[in-house]
Design a binder for this molecule. Structure first.
Ligand code: ADP
Ligand code: SF4
Length: 681
């Protein structure tokens, strides 16, 4: 289909200093959980975005020297000339598709642990380091340190130019930069020309930006990434800084700080959430401005440009969830966009030192390793038919890929709606966007005529044998346990038939809670606190009990734990910490202190218990037990995928569904390791 002419403006070229981007789609710097630990995987991931039509594709932070070492967090390196060859593969790959390549040079000052280089972390003054629990303190930079940092930054910019980058950044965002720390009076209490007035606090940054312009500005654009509230949260000083430096950078990449604020989850904010804070920048500077806001809708993108908020539409998460957004808009396939759901599973990769994963895009970071393309799949290898039992994220993704490959696919689900857990969970407070996981796949399936979708169809082993399809995939999910077994209680503490105990499945099936409600959350992710929010809003008196020091430890990885705790406090929720479930009685619930101190007994109407799940694999096991009957039924294989195989996050179920669909008749299943490339190569 041709492009809707309304979107033509998104495809206009934009001049950025000495370079020009072919369109307004701009993948801002974002981390990948791999960097130099897996350069092939990282490079292919960026290349796929360029192939998908992004006009500019940027790297994550590249360290400029040994005083800013993140170990064990993955990062790129431009410490010396030996690093050029390795990093140059990214611009090479991106250029193959006509996109510009950007690199985010960074010195993170107080946020660097320097655990391997063993050099002291640096700061404007001597402070405890950020992002760490270790009792490390920075050295207060002297004039020589300032000179060295300036020279290192400019030398790294020269290396970036040699490596082939078109856009080179100085970074003062996310509270994670030495420049931010110099800019903030709360960190910078110096009395020399680098402290005091804003002009003095901005001196190092100005010197570096000017030095970069002199050194590489003839052929490279110098970009400046700035959190507008970076200076101790003060937007007025942020505006003053933009005024002060407006003529130096060729590009302003602005956002709100810190990283959790910049990458807010959909539970807390919606598309375009940064506009209010960053909108002033276009009114001050004459250079192109890019910003983000989890833009997935072309109409919102267009409106940002039309209303003069932005020149370039920035994206990190939307480009991860769908690397082909620009191409889909260009080809009039807007309904095919796989919209980011704002869950931050991608960020949890970096936070757990692991390759980035995405709930919506199972191919991310597997482009190189498994050879997966986000849009292309190999044609079918046989005329076999496949029955998928269970239409949750695993089943729908499996069906989606199999049907695109040309296979005849039938999906049967016991429930009246397809979508499984995403459909059910998305009806809970704040999770409405999660339904996109089902909607995207259902839309795709409805476009093809080799797919049969059945609802209200609970199947047993006998029914499946009667169907007689060659391959049967059980994607029947998992159920929350009723006996209290989880990470703390390894043995049952409940009988499992207590009338006053509900699980999240019961809550999603609209079971009524009565009297004082006690939620016991050993799961430690989002569901316990989302249910708590729902029940308080419905007027229940709720106490939230956790066996750990803080609510929802998993949500620290998705960068929303602090917001969740603040929300529970706003709702007036009582939170009891470090207590493990011991027993439930008719009108009381008992907890033990995890450290052996005094326990806790609370009055009880209803307990909601989140501990762990039991795979719903009964039908799978029945079929395995009846293997002798398969040949007569014409069945060749029976598999079990997703939560039914091993309960996990939604992203894991989607990946499992995708993998099964790709691996059917794929004889080349060797998966290479993620390996760093030796420096000498
Ligand atoms: P996953 O995350 O692995 O995709 P879900 O729990 O989201 O798992 O989805 C599993 C789906 O399987 C649910 O919609 C459920 O109704 C369906 N299901 C479970 N058992 C059966 C069965 N025996 N027959 C048909 N559908 C089933
Ligand atoms: Fe969006 Fe979630 Fe994918 Fe991140 S993991 S890109 S937030 S859908």
């Amino acid at each position: 289909m041709p492009r809707d002419p309304r979107y033509d403006v998104l495809f206009e070229p934009v001049k950025i200093g000495p370079v020009t981007t072919k369109n307004r789609f701009y993948q801002v710097p974002h981390c990948s959980g791999t960097s130099d630990n897996a350069p092939d995987a990282n490079t292919r991931m960026r290349e796929t975005k360029a192939e998908g039509g992004w006009g500019v594709v940027c790297t994550e932070i590249a360290e400029i020297g040994d005083t800013t070492e993140f170990w064990p967090f993955p990062s790129l390196h431009l410490w010396d000339d030996a690093d050029i060859k390795r990093i140059s593969r990214m611009p090479e790959a991106v250029h193959r598709h006509g996109a510009l390549a950007g690199v985010e040079l960074g010195h993170v000052g107080l946020a660097a642990g320097n655990r391997a280089s063993r050099t002291p972390p640096l700061g404007p003054t001597s402070r405890l380091t950020l992002e760490s629990v270790e009792p490390f303190q920075s050295k207060m930079m002297d004039k020589q340190d300032i000179r060295t940092l300036r020279q290192q930054h400019i030398a790294a910019a020269v290396r970036a130019k040699k490596a082939g980058f078109d856009i080179v950044y100085a970074y003062a965002g996310h509270g994670l930069s030495i420049f931010s720390q110099f800019l903030q009076p709360s960190f910078n209490t110096r009395s020399d020309e680098y402290g005091g007035s804003l002009e003095n606090r901005a001196r190092l940054l100005r010197e570096v930006l000017e030095g970069m312009k002199d050194a590489i500005g003839d052929t490279c654009a110098v970009a400046f990434r700035f959190g507008v509230n970076e200076i101790d949260g003060d937007l007025v000083q942020g505006q003053e800084l933009v005024e002060m430096l407006k003529d130096i950078p060729d590009l302003w990449d602005v956002n709100i700080s810190d990283w959790p604020e910049d990458s807010q989850t959909s539970r807390f904010s919606k598309e375009g959430f940064q506009e209010q804070q960053i909108a002033f920048v276009k009114g001050v500077v004459d250079k192109p401005v890019v910003s983000v806001g989890r833009f997935t809708s072309p109409d919102t993108m267009l409106s940002q440009v039309r209303r003069g908020v932005l020149d370039l539409v920035g994206a990190a998460r939307p480009s991860i969830a769908d690397p082909f957004i620009p191409t889909k808009i260009d080809e009039g396939r807007v309904d095919d966009i796989r919209e980011c759901i704002g869950c931050n599973v991608c960020a949890s990769g970096e936070m757990s030192y692991a390759p980035m994963r995405c709930t919506q895009n199972p191919t991310i970071m597997d482009e190189y390793r498994r050879g997966w393309h986000p849009e292309k799949v190999p044609p079918k290898g046989s005329d076999d038919s496949i029955l998928i039992v269970g239409g949750g994220p695993a089943g729908l993704e499996c069906a989606n890929i199999l049907s695109k490959r040309g296979y005849e696919v039938t999906v049967a689900d016991a429930r009246a709606d397809l979508g499984g857990r995403v459909k059910r969970e998305s009806s809970l407070p704040g999770l409405s966007e999660w339904v996109r996981v089902a909607d995207y796949r259902l839309y795709a399936l409805q476009q093809l005529d080799n797919v049969n979708l059945y609802t209200d169809s609970p199947l047993e082993a006998g029914d499946i044998l009667e169907f007689g399809m060659e391959h049967v995939v059980l994607a029947t999910g998992a159920k929350w346990r009723r006996d209290g077994v989880g990470r703390i209680n390894l043995m049952p503490v409940l009988r499992g038939d207590e009338a006053n105990v509900l699980t999240p499945d019961d809550i999603m099936d609209e079971a009524e809670a009565t009297g004082p409600v006690v939620i016991y959350d050993e799961d430690g992710a989002y569901l316990g606190n989302v249910i708590a929010e729902k029940l308080v809003k419905e007027g229940h008196d709720v106490t939230y009990v956790i066996p750990v020091p803080e609510v929802a430890p998993y949500l620290a990885l998705t960068m929303e734990q602090h917001k969740v705790i603040a929300r529970l406090m706003e709702l007036g929720m009582r939170i009891e910490r470090l207590k493990a479930l011991k027993a439930v009685h008719t009108d009381q619930i008992e907890f033990a202190c995890v450290h052996g101190g005094p326990g806790l007994t609370l009055p009880l109407g209803t307990a909601v218990v989140l501990t762990s799940k039991t795979p719903e694999d009964r039908v799978y096991q029945d079929l395995i037990a009846r293997e002798v009957e398969w040949p007569d039924a014409g069945m060749k294989t029976v598999s079990c995928i997703g939560d039914c195989e091993a309960p996990s996050i939604i992203a894991a179920a989607v990946h499992a569904g995708h993998r099964w669909a790709r691996d059917l008749d794929n004889t080349k299943q060797h998966v290479p390791q993620f390996l760093p490339m030796p420096l000498a190569q």
